[in-house]
Write a protein that binds this ligand. Structure first.
Ligand SMILES: [Fe+2]
Length: 445
């Protein structure tokens, strides 16, 4: 469930970030294209306007050819100031062919020569030159603090003869307003489209998620009942059936949770692991399906040979579940089930079966199962044995600390013995309860 919630969060985050990045990238890309289009339009239009305007002012040519002997007439200055009021033009520099600035609204540079300016040199060669990254040239000291985005050098001709270069500066204010307006519109549109896509995808994804959640729940339930049916089938063949499988699963859960508080087991006994462990517990005696009925159902004490037959249930169960597990293509809880089935009769001191493993060579899952299984067997009435009360079970388990049981397991049991006793009473088998009623319920503690 947590994983599924994480998928929803991941989906939301990924979609959100993607929309944000695409929106920003597309907005930036379109804004750049708009800026380039605007600039290109200006670069195409301004030189033509300048040329036409110059042809309307014959004095301009006289001024360009006679400078510095003759200053600009009123008509020529009107022409220049008219240009300065056009669009977003904020500065005008009129260059003679030798690189001298013969007129500008910035009077400080008039009369100075900047013939080494490379842009001017290209313009005086007949090329329309522009720059929209304002360059810090010496002749631009007066414009340092102005927000200029476009600088155009436009050659001016009289007939076919180049008479000079007019350099126009455009403030970015007008251009910038247009660009920003367009950029904002693009961002808004792309973000709105992204949000619409996100909402549509979210609705589809959410429906799929709900469907998948329900399917998973049903599958898990089916898996649980299948496991229980399988385990119960083996249990039914025994002489006495009851709620052994339910109780042992609960004891296993209590022990695992108690152990998970220990630094040593914390990283191993995760919530998922404990769930798998609890799910696996009912399968511990699945191998009993292969033990002959006359032995399993024998009411009296077993002979040595019969007990040897019973002991085979660990390996038989292991064989069954290994075959089942081999058919799976993913890592499943059956790995834990197989450990439990094979090793739940091993003993800490190495005297158990089938392999005679000892200590921590016995898988932790099987060590947990061993104590849960024995406690339940002691607490349950059988045709060949009476019920053993909790206090006595406690004594037996303590006496087997470091012998049958992992010492740490016994400690965990003692920490939670009240819960063990409670479960053994609450989920007692009917036949155990009826025999107890004969001796009085106060005797059961
Ligand atoms: Fe067993």
């Amino acid at each position: 469930m947590k994983k599924q919630r994480n998928i929803m969060v991941q989906f939301t985050l990924i979609t959100f970030i993607t929309v944000l990045v695409v929106s920003f990238g597309l907005g930036e890309f379109l804004a750049r294209r708009i800026r380039e289009n605007l600039i290109n339009t200006h670069i195409e239009l301004l030189p033509r306007i300048v040329q036409y305007a110059a042809e309307d002012h014959p004095d301009f040519y006289v001024f360009m050819q006679s400078y510095p002997e003759l200053g600009p007439s009123t008509d020529v200055e009107d022409f220049f100031y008219d240009l300065l009021t056009f669009g977003s033009i904020t500065r005008l520099k009129v260059w003679a062919k030798d690189g001298t600035i013969v007129w500008s609204d910035e009077s400080a540079i008039v009369g100075k020569n900047f013939s080494d300016n490379t842009l001017f040199r290209r313009a005086v060669g007949g090329e329309i030159v522009y720059s929209y990254r304002f360059s810090r040239k010496e002749e631009n000291i007066a414009e340092t603090n102005k927000s200029i985005i476009l600088e155009i050098y436009t050659p001016v001709y009289k007939g076919n003869e180049l008479v000079g270069v007019l350099e126009l500066y455009e403030s970015d204010s007008q251009l910038y307003v247009n660009i920003q307006k367009n950029r904002r519109t693009v961002w808004l549109l792309v973000t709105a489209a992204g949000a619409a896509i996100y909402i549509s995808l979210f609705l589809i994804f959410y429906k799929i998620y709900q469907f998948q959640k329900q399917t998973s729940k049903r599958l898990l339930q089916t898996q649980d009942v299948t496991i229980f049916a399988l385990a119960y089938q083996a249990e039914l063949r025994d002489i006495v059936t009851g709620r052994h499988l339910e109780r042992t699963s609960m004891y296993v859960k209590i022990l695992a949770e108690e152990l998970s508080r220990d630094e040593k087991y914390r990283s191993y006994l995760t919530k998922d692991y404990i769930n798998d462990l609890v799910k696996s517990a009912p399968l511990h005696d699945i191998g009993k399906v292969g033990v002959p009925d006359f032995i399993l159902r024998k009411p009296g004490k077993l002979t040595v040979e019969e007990f040897e037959e019973i002991k085979k249930h660990s390996q038989l169960g292991h064989k069954i579940m290994t075959k089942v597990e081999e058919r799976l293509t993913f890592q499943s809880f059956l790995k834990i089930a197989i450990q439990i089935i094979l090793s739940h009769h091993e003993r800490w001191n190495g005297t158990g079966y089938p392999a005679g493993l000892s200590g921590e060579d016995i898988p932790l899952s099987a060590r947990i199962m061993a104590l849960a299984d024995v406690y339940d067997a002691l607490r349950t009435e059988r045709p060949y044995k009476k019920i053993i009360f909790h206090e006595k079970c406690r004594e037996i388990i303590i006496s087997e600390r470091g012998r049958h049981f992992d010492p740490r397991m016994v400690d965990a049991f003692l920490s939670r013995e009240t819960d063990f006793n409670f479960i053994s009473r609450k989920f007692m088998d009917d036949h155990t309860a009826s025999s107890l009623s004969d001796v009085g319920s106060t005797a059961f503690s």
